[in-house]
Write a protein that binds this ligand. Structure first.
Ligand code: IYR
Length: 222
């Protein structure tokens, strides 16, 4: 093992306990206002905003700092249409044959179905790929570690960044997503992880009336 670790001073910005408390409450409240949206407006969103949100996601921690993610942003209507067609084909199989009764029951409060108009409505679709391994100069594969965990954290940060700038999104995952490699010309080591339509909500958008578990149900201190 070659030791190539180099270190530099860590610049820590300490907050007062009052600032800490106030920021903690404000941030939790802000995140609780986030909702997954399924009806979007076609109102344009500047590309620079999407770039900054992805830059925020790119700060996520990752296994061995290998940053095993790729964000493909689609603004082209024809590409969006292809993704919608392939997504809806997959969803018709899911809702029509593949999904077990129990799964459909769990989904019923959300009122979802095979129609995925949002894939064409939003100005941008961000398709996140998990990069399972890299190829080095000699064509040798270089393994990536904790890929799902790393990409999951980055996507969480991306959704947070999108919400923070005042836009809406939907973490969307059709059951099988390899069609995205074909449509977007991505190599096989990149595995589709999630599709995130981003934009303004439709003026008449509605959200399911569902609740979030209160703190006591999700937390335990020992
Ligand atoms: N992919 C389908 C089904 C679906 C599955 C889960 I788990 C959800 O939280 C929501 C939907 C769809 O998007 O309709």
């Amino acid at each position: 093992m070659k030791n190539i670790a180099r270190f530099k001073p860590f610049v820590f910005r300490e907050l007062t306990p009052e600032e800490m408390r106030s920021r903690a409450v404000q941030f939790a409240d802000e995140l609780h206002r986030r909702r997954s949206i399924r009806q979007f407006s076609s109102r344009p969103v500047p590309r620079g905003i999407i770039e900054e949100a992805i830059r925020a996601a790119g700060s996520a921690p990752s296994g061995a700092n290998l940053q095993p993610w790729r964000f493909v942003v689609i603004g082209d209507s024809e590409v969006k249409r292809h993704i919608r067609e392939a997504g809806e084909l997959e969803e018709r199989k899911f809702y029509g044959e593949r999904a077990p009764e129990k799964w459909l029951n769990a989904l019923s409060p959300l009122g979802t179905n095979a129609d995925k108009a949002f894939l064409e409505e939003t100005p941008w679709l961000i398709v996140v790929f998990a990069v399972l391994y890299d190829l080095d100069e000699n064509g040798e594969t270089k393994k990536h570690y904790y890929v799902k965990e790393s990409v999951g954290i980055a996507v969480g940060m991306l959704l947070t960044a999108i919400h923070h700038v005042g836009l809406c999104a939907l973490p969307y995952t059709p059951g099988r997503m390899r069609f995205l490699n074909t449509i977007l010309h991505r190599p096989h080591n990149e595995k589709p992880f999630i599709i995130i339509p981003v934009g303004y909500p439709a003026v008449d958008a509605v959200v399911p009336d569902i609740r979030r578990k209160p703190l006591e149900e999700i937390m335990e201190f020992l």
